[in-house]
Design a protein around this ligand. Structure first.
Ligand code: OAD
Length: 236
């Protein structure tokens, strides 16, 4: 089984999604300004401050029943998790093979020499406008999170593993993603083109809904815990 997850799986843990019209992150900030390679070059202090706040928020919450259900499926199947989320809630729930196609907010590196940064990261319980990023001890470059910004390529290794996981799957479960950000959103399409069944779990319709083999209009923490038992009925 391959699970392809987006921000919706972490919503019930208290992590805001991106595109919810009221509570979504992109309703409050300009995504291009705060989450793009150009935005980082123009004002790294604002980008760093915003990611520190998200880092705090993601550290302060825990996995929910949806993450736990996905981890528990490893007792029954060879499970690969492809996630667009930069949180670590799948890992903290116990999933062992997790591929972060949009990077991770729990690793940092130098933007110039790319060496890993293992120094302290300030706790930022409230959003603030500006914090200067740490400076690399080796080269003086700025330290940034290992996340993928608009205008950047996906990490090769995570992407290759994700494509393999989808190509080798007997079933793909797509949960909590608006299915609009490519190339990640192309993974379920690849599965369908291969004849692999795709189950979408999302309370709202998405561009994938009309082509998915099955769409469950349910929240992740409602749908995933009983999903394996429902499979025979859903797929016949
Ligand atoms: P979005 O915010 O675009 O979509 C979240 C989806 O989760 C929506 O379709 C919601 O209907 C659904 N949802 C909300 N609550 C849910 C719940 N309890 N259970 C199941 N589904 C629920 O987030 P993503 O699709 O993850 O990229 O966004 C994709 C990418 O856009 C992100 O990885 C990020 C952003 O730009 C980068 O930062 C590179």
């Amino acid at each position: 089984m391959t699970v392809f997850s987006g921000a919706g799986i972490s919503a019930e843990s208290g992590v805001p999604t991106f595109r919810d019209v009221e509570t979504g992150l992109w309703a409050k900030v300009d995504p291009y300004e705060i989450s793009s390679a150009d935005g980082w070059r123009a004002h790294p202090d604002r980008v760093w401050a915003w990611y520190l706040w998200r880092h705090h928020m993601m550290s302060a919450v825990g996995p929910n029943n949806a993450h736990r259900a996905v981890a528990a499926w490893e007792d029954y199947a060879d499970v690969h998790v492809v996630t667009q989320n930069v949180d670590n809630l799948h890992e903290r729930a116990g999933s062992r093979r997790v591929y972060h196609v949009h990077g991770s907010l729990f690793d940092f590196h130098c933007d110039t020499c790319r060496s890993a940064y293992r120094g302290p990261v300030p706790d930022m319980p409230e959003p603030v406008e500006s914090v200067d990023p740490p400076v690399c001890e080796a080269c003086g470059g700025l330290i940034r999170p290992d996340v993928v910004w608009f205008g950047e390529a996906l990490p090769d290794d995570a992407w290759e593993r994700s494509v393999e996981a989808v190509a080798g799957a007997d079933l793909v479960v797509v949960v909590g993603t608006s299915s609009v950000v490519y190339p990640a959103a192309g993974l379920p399409e690849m599965a369908l083109a291969n004849g692999t069944p795709v189950i979408e779990v999302n309370p709202e319709p998405t561009p994938l809904s009309s082509s998915a083999t099955v769409t469950l209009r349910e929240k992740a923490s409602t749908a995933l815990p009983g999903l394996l038992q429902r499979l025979p009925a859903l797929l016949t």
